[in-house]
Design a binder for this molecule. Sequence first.
Ligand code: SER
Length: 579
Amino acid sequence: MNVRDEYIKFFESKGHKQIPSSPIVPENDPTVLFNTAGMQPLVPYLMGEVHPYGKRLCDYQKCVRLTDLDEIGDGTHHTFFEMLGNWSLGDYFKHESIEYSFDFLTKVLNIPLERLAVTVFKGDENIPLDEVSADRWKELGISSDRIAYLDDNFWIAGDSGPCGSDTEIFYFRSDEEIPDKFDPEDERWVEIWNNVFMEFYKDENGNISELKQKNVDTGMGLERIVSVMEGVDDNYLSSIWKDVIDLICEITGLPYEGNEKAMRIVADHIRTATFIAADPAKVKPSNTDRGYILRRLIRRFIRYAKKLGIDINSDFDEKISLLIIDKYFKYYPELNDNKKEVLEVLKNEKVKFNRTLEKGLREFDKLLKNSNTVDKNIAFKLYDTYGFPIELTVEEAEVRGMDVDVDGFYEKFHEHQEKSRTASKGMFKGGLLGHSEIETKYHTATHLLNAALKKVVDSSCCQLGSNITTERMRFDFPCDHKLSDDEKKEVEDLVNKWIEEDYPVTKEEMSKDEAVKSGAECRFIEKYPDIVSVYSIGDFSKELCGGPHVSHTGEIGHFKIKKEQSSGAGVRRIKAIIE
Ligand code: SER
């Protein structure tokens, strides 16, 4: 059975529209690294914005979660995963949501009732115990013994945003006798589905208020449910992974048994790197943000491939990546479209990593010339600067007859991890809060700049890429020459003239076909859902866009070009600010 297809079919039969998976790198939002939950791209709609597809939605969403990257290697955690989700945006609530989940599990997947149990919110000083959900479960046949009331059945992404109590569904994954009473601490019960009843909004100070509408947000990890259905308790033995693991066994000539951890890491990280590199944002390995994560994933799988005795200069990673592309492109066509880039990213990073390793080893010897031990600072420097995981440092130290302060290393490592967790929480929060006023102004300024370049420089100018922070905007466009000072001034003046003339920014919703026919600039149209928003300003700008935008250009302020430079062959980049 194909759980993904059955899931979509079931929810479509209940009046839901399938929405396409959003990219893993959130669009127009530099504050969030990756989508970590199916609901993340839907935040504005949970807050009350009207969704073009209606009030009942379902999808499968690509997600990347990296909180414990260094702990990946067991049978149930992945850095990339897919979440099956269904939503009610101010439409049905607990009653139907619970019934749909129950019916899908027991009637479509045919899971026996006695293998199911649920948790519901116990209540706190602000919100009462969720009796409605508990009663609904009982009506459907879940016995009281199989319902646990917990304090932490309350879901929020990060620290603030839409939130609410949830009810989680568990499956008894063991051949042992099923206990009558459900104990959520008993690990034989595994969580398979989370239904969140999002009716509140938590602000940054922790104050909770009611949302405009009562929503449902559910999420079910595809890997987990597939392994449950296939009766395996190691996800890598399910049909999602089996052929990838088989390929790794073939490449190494080793069995999976006894080599699980390294093989899982190679499989998992190559898959995540493949998806990140194929995402429309075209992330490349680097030392910051998303690029850094991609770099760490690639370097970590290379190290584990080495451990498995793989010749890392062979094309093992290409073979595995191609198999992954082959398995998934039906659901994510961007994998096929960007195949070449993916393979290049893997190859180039491997070359760079080899160089760094060599440099690291030289540095290792230099740092340790006058010492018999590798102290915590050196061990951490090797990790942080040269990408030496502690095991590698220990191995190299052993060869040289030295000791390593491993505990001291972990002390520093955890301090560092704490710092980066706090930083990524901050990023997540920023993303959930949506776009700031200043970012909204930059979005509209981007359209004006695009239009001005067409008029001043060349009508073939268009947006090849853009990036907005609260400080500045960046805009890439095709152009075969460096802009002259006069051209820059003319562009700047024209944008400012349009700002002064205070044009309304109008938004129309239409099908993609209509958008193309209307003459709107439709870059990246394949990334958008069937119904798109087209923003027009005066008679000079008309672009398909996800927004957000100011309502009148006069709100933008003064536009100023700070820099104009090359950004690759035939591509120029403008950095501009608004004051
Ligand atoms: N947002 C909830 C989760 O991620 C349900 O989709 O678990």
